[in-house]
Design a protein around this ligand. Structure first.
Ligand SMILES: O=C(O)c1cc(=O)[nH]c(=O)n1[C@@H]1O[C@H](COP(=O)(O)O)[C@@H](O)[C@H]1O
Length: 238
């Protein structure tokens, strides 16, 4: 993944809604197809978006035993997507199996996507980690540990919040990708997200990519909202 993209999360429940939405933009986009859209429409939605020139982040957050993840990745490699997710919580054997599967699938001429591991979801708070999930270590420490595991397992990077980017960079180096959802403009509500940040702060922290959904998809004027996010992300506002 190159050029610090603004990734637009197409969290829609039908192909018609997703395709109609991308049509209002004049430029090819980097779009995220997640569970909501993929589980309804399957691989054909990926092909349709690719035909219109859009780059694809396939966000299925795989988390299963190593063999199942390997075989699933082998199949998904055929889709020729650019970026794909798994959960770092699945462990190193699972992450290594994911790479093996992607490489096996890519042997038939498909490009191998970058794979990034989700550390702690941006909807997770420190309190939830401790009181509900019974993880005693501080949230940042778990994120850094998962990032190190991901790096050792051959991942291209991680999904994390903007607030962890600079520490991950120190530990895992500048070429390790940090893909950051939980992005909100200053005027927006957090909704179900907890560890949120503005596109401007994401840029200042040096995130590799931002993932933005409802701030754009639910805006009264989605193109204006997209342009506002893009301007901040590209450092064109004070
Ligand atoms: O993997 C992701 O993309 C992801 C990881 C995470 O920790 N938090 C997170 O919000 N996401 C995704 O990023 C998008 C955020 O959407 P909005 O909250 O509407 O901007 C959703 O599609 C989530 O599935």
């Amino acid at each position: 993944m190159k050029n610090r993209p603004l990734i637009l999360a197409l969290d829609f429940d039908t192909r018609e809604k997703a395709l109609q939405f991308v049509q209002i933009f004049e430029e090819p986009l980097f779009v995220k197809v997640g569970m909501e859209l993929f589980y309804q429409e399957g691989p054909s939605i990926i092909e349709e978006l690719q035909r219109s020139g859009h780059q694809i982040f396939l966000d299925l957050k795989l988390h299963d035993i190593p063999n199942t993840v390997k075989q699933t990745m082998k199949g998904l490699a055929k889709l020729g997507v650019d970026l794909i997710t798994i959960h770092a919580a699945g462990g190193r054997d699972m992450m290594e199996a994911a790479i093996e599967g992607l490489e096996a699938g890519a042997q038939s001429g498909n490009k191998r996507p970058d794979v990034v591991a989700v550390t702690q979801l941006t909807s997770t708070s420190s309190e939830m980690l401790k009181n509900e999930l019974l993880i005693e270590k501080p949230l940042l420490e778990t994120v850094l540990h998962y990032a190190e595991n991901a790096k050792k397992s051959g991942m291209s990077g991680v999904v994390c919040s903007v607030h962890e980017v600079s520490e991950i960079r120190k530990t895992c180096g500048p070429s390790f990708l940090t893909v950051t959802p939980g992005i909100r403009l200053a005027k927006d509500r957090a909704q179900d997200q907890v560890r949120i940040a503005t596109p401007k702060f994401a840029k200042e922290q040096g995130a590799s990519a931002i993932v933005v959904g409802r701030t754009i998809t639910k805006a009264e004027d989605p193109v204006a909202a997209y342009n506002e996010v893009k301007k901040e992300w590209e450092g064109k506002v004070e």
